[in-house]
Design a binder for this molecule. Structure first.
Ligand code: C2E
Ligand code: MG
Ligand code: MG
Length: 812
């Protein structure tokens, strides 16, 4: 066994040697003898003795107590005093150096030995305790700094090192406030607080905000802080000191933020959330869960989600679900559940299992969204995208898809395919006269009739407006197609009941055949459309198969459209005047102004071809205003040339009639052209009036207030009711040409004409017949009280100059 090394500090040489002698006899090794404090320190450093025996009174400036203190602090070597003094003062001073023993001279060998042994033993125990403390402190998560009563650092554990940035070696003995730079995050950030002031707990309380430690590198670390003062019970010992325990709050803050966020997400998630324990007992639900299922937390806590089962899934379904969940940790799918109200609803459900470190499932979490609405909107969107809302027939999009499929099938099976393009004749008139609601009802009825004669394999579609298409699949002969199309024409021409009214309508149908008339959808559609226009041209209420000649006409129509735009700028329009004749004296009472388009290459284009086009493109507004202005100018010129006392009527398009600015526009022109308003009349067709009767009457009143005359054009073809007719502030009824045409051979029409004449008179209106071509018509009209006529029998429409000559010649 190694001998214990002892350093002797004694300034009396003989005493020192005697002591050495005695120690060696007791079995210790004396590693040196020092006679001053200074030498003692040097030797302690050099020999690292196990113990120092220290005299108190020494040579030199410093005494043994001061040396002992230093040796203890610097090297941790236990010191036992050996002295002749035992007065209170000396004892008190000695205490402060924390000696391991105090032997008062004279002493015997036993006293010496027992003191030395106790001191050595105590030192070992202290060291073991120290080691125990420091391993503990090194390994705990909190940072620990201990300091002495002077505020000097004694100890720093590893965490304190890490957070402060100071190594224990460097920090020990420094001022606590140098190493532990504390900032109160609530107050002035630039000023640090001396931690020692916090030893007074009151100060700690008065600093309500969090603390931050400013590390050696300047980082501010939010910390939780605990300062524990350690006071010695012995008043004499000035041993006041303390321990600071603090911990890094950053991670905690992050965790706290995360858990707050999770909580928010949980509460506000638009998905329903349910958390169960490992036996599926519900532990937590969120608000959406309650909203979707109708169950409150108190009703479900502790129960299993089986309360939501709808009975729509069999055992296998749930077995599979659990098997998947077990295998993969999650399950996802659509499931039908039952709300508290009993209603069954579809939901999209995801279940996750949550495991602990050992891999045991501790919770299940279920996330679900109610699919009821989504399903509805999805279906709805599909419906909207592919079906026409009014008739529920496939729309243009679906039509194109179906046609494409049908062509593929027809090609594969090598059989022909027919495409019908159906356009209702005169639908616009019905819409204008009976209103859009009636128009809609009619279209619905038409859709039903079209479907009625179709086989499952045929597709009836509505492209929009009054346009329908039918794809006829897999017929064997052209004659079959003709049977179908004739059926459709017949079916459509039968009476329609719209509310109380009977309405009649016909259709024009164009037919193209795959593969003869086209190999792709574009070509087939284009050609069926062309054939449909051909059917219209040939008098409507009929069908036409596509042929190549038709293309030319379509081209014409298209060219027309583009020409129309240039016509206005290039002044290709003219106004012609058709005289209105008084049958009594054959005098010219006035004229109807009729637009003419003289195209440089096409020649005269009839209004029936370009007016609808102008209405579609909106050009009619400018065109109508131009006609009205031209009429005013011609009136002025005629007047200058001595022609007065005639009334010229100008046709108004439905587009103009519905324009709220119409009155202003007409008024401006009249003022600008300086014409007498009483020489002007506006023609409004019967069908224009019946659509929105109220505003029609309002508009007519305004026109009347301006001083304009009003006439109802094409009377008899619209659907005006007598009830309204009485309310219209109208001056003239114009009997439509179609009735006049039939006067000679149709009794019905004769009756109608007669009735209209009487009606006009009864309502205090004038009446005029248009389209009079024959003498017998003139005679019939005269006999029945209609004295005014307009028609080819007397004159076609002629240009302004010719009209002037016509009237002046007539007046001579
Ligand atoms: P509408 O207003 O009913 O005009 C009468 C139409 O019947 C004129 O055709 C006229 O030339 C024609 N007509 C007159 N007497 C006879 C006859 O005895 N036999 C035959 N077969 N026809 C006769 P037009 O000029 O072709 O005009 C057709 C339609 O175009 C007009 O019908 C009117 O609705 C419209 N229209 C013509 N000019 C204008 C215009 O300046 N503005 C507007 N908005 N529409 C116009
Ligand atoms: Mg007219
Ligand atoms: Mg007319």
């Amino acid at each position: 066994m190694k001998l214990k090394k002892i350093l002797i500090v004694e300034d009396e040489g003989i005493v020192a040697l005697d002591l050495q002698d005695r120690l060696e006899q007791l079995g210790y090794e004396v590693c040196g003898i020092a006679d001053t404090a200074k030498i003692a320190l040097k030797m302690a450093a050099k020999h690292s003795p196990d113990l120092v025996l220290m005299d108190i009174v020494l040579k030199g400036e410093r005494d043994g107590i001061s040396a002992a203190k230093q040796i203890n602090e610097l090297f941790g070597i236990p010191v036992v005093f050996l002295t002749a003094y035992a007065d209170e003062k000396t004892l008190a001073r000695a205490k402060k150096s924390h000696p391991h023993g105090y032997i008062v001279k004279p002493f015997n060998a036993q006293m010496l030995r027992s003191n030395i042994e106790m001191a050595l033993h105590r030192h070992e125990v202290d060291q073991a305790l120290d080691a125990c403390y420091s391993t503990t402190l090194a390994s705990i998560g909190d940072a620990v700094i201990s300091f002495d009563h002077e505020g000097k650092i004694r100890y720093l554990n590893a965490m304190a090192e890490a957070l402060s940035g100071w190594k224990a070696k460097e920090a020990v003995k420094r001022n606590l406030s140098d190493v532990f730079v504390l900032i109160n995050s609530g107050i002035n950030k630039d000023e640090s607080i001396n931690p020692l002031t916090l030893l007074d707990t009151q100060t700690l309380l008065s600093l309500p905000h969090g603390f931050e430690l400013q590390s050696r590198f300047g980082t501010l670390i939010p910390i939780t802080l605990n300062i524990i003062p350690i006071k010695s019970k012995d008043e004499d010992v000035q041993n006041e000191a303390g321990i600071i325990i603090f911990s890094d709050k950053r991670e905690h803050l992050v965790n706290e933020r995360q858990s707050k966020m999770a909580e928010k997400l949980f509460d506000n998630s638009i998905e329903g959330i349910v958390l169960t324990d490992n036996e599926l007992r519900i532990q937590q639900i969120n608000r959406t869960f309650t909203e979707v299922t109708g169950y409150e937390f108190s009703e479900v806590v502790g129960k299993t989600p089986a309360i939501l089962q709808s009975g729509q899934h069999d055992d296998d379904f749930y077995k599979n679900m659990w098997a998947t969940l077990k295998r993969t940790g999650m399950w996802q799918g659509q499931i039908f559940n039952r709300r508290k109200s009993g209603e069954i609803y579809p939901e999209w459900l995801s279940i996750y299992s949550i495991k602990n470190k050992n891999g045991d499932v501790i919770n299940y979490i279920g996330l679900f969204s109610d699919l009821t609405e989504k399903k509805m909107t999805q279906d709805h969107i599909h419906q909207l995208a592919h079906y026409d809302a009014l008739t529920n027939l496939p729309n243009r999009l679906l039509f194109m898809e179906r046609l494409k499929q049908s062509i593929v099938m027809a090609r594969r099976k090598e059989i022909p395919l027919g495409l019908f393009f159906i356009d209702l004749d005169g639908f616009k008139k019905i819409n204008d006269s009976l209103g859009h609601d009636a128009g809609d009802l009619l279209l619905q009825e038409v859709a039903l009739r079209l479907k009625k004669y179709m086989r499952e394999s045929d597709t009836v579609c509505r492209l929009g407006g009054d346009e329908f298409t039918i794809i006829i699949d897999g017929y064997s002969q052209i004659s079959d197609i003709i049977i179908v199309v004739n059926k459709i024409l017949k079916e459509l021409s039968a009476e329609f009941k719209i509310g109380e009214r009977s309405v009649y309508i016909t259709a024009s149908i164009g037919i193209s055949i795959y593969p003869d008339d086209g190999c792709d959808i574009q070509e087939l559609i284009k050609n069926a459309d062309t054939a449909m226009y051909a059917a219209k041209d040939k008098g409507k209420n009929r069908y036409e198969f596509y042929d190549y000649e038709m293309n030319r006409k379509t081209l014409e129509r298209l060219t027309l459209e583009s020409c129309l735009h240039r016509a206005y700028d290039e002044q290709q329009f003219m106004v012609y005047y058709q005289p209105k004749i008084n049958l009594i004296d054959h005098s010219v009472e006035g004229a109807e102004a009729l637009i003419r388009w003289n195209h440089p290459t096409f020649g005269f284009v009839p209004p029936s071809q370009f007016i609808p086009l102008a209405e579609e493109t909106g050009m009619i507004a400018r065109m109508g205003e131009w006609v009205f202005r031209q009429v005013c100018r011609d009136l002025s010129e005629w007047e200058e040339r001595g022609l007065t006392g005639i009334i010229v009527s100008v046709n108004l398009s439905a587009v103009q009639f519905r324009d709220p600015n119409l009155v202003k526009i007409l008024d401006t022109v009249i003022t600008q052209e300086g014409v007498n308003v009483h020489s002007l009349e506006m023609e409004i067709t019967e069908s224009m009036l019946m659509n929105d009767v109220k505003s029609s009457i309002e508009m007519m009143k305004q026109l009347k207030e301006m001083g304009l005359s009003l006439s109802i054009d094409d009377f008899g073809t619209g659907y005006s009711s007598l009830k309204y007719l009485k309310q219209f502030p109208v001056d003239v009824l114009k009997i439509d040409k179609s009735f006049i045409d039939e006067i000679s051979n149709n009794l019905d029409d004769r009756m109608i004409v007669k009735a209209v004449i009487d009606l006009a008179h009864n309502l205090g209106m004038k009446v005029i017949a248009e389209g009079v071509e024959k003498l017998e018509q003139v005679e019939f009209l005269l006999q029945n009280g209609c004295q005014k006529v307009q028609g080819f029998y007397f004159s076609k429409a002629v240009d302004a100059n010719a009209f002037y000559e016509f009237v002046m010649g007539n007046r001579k």
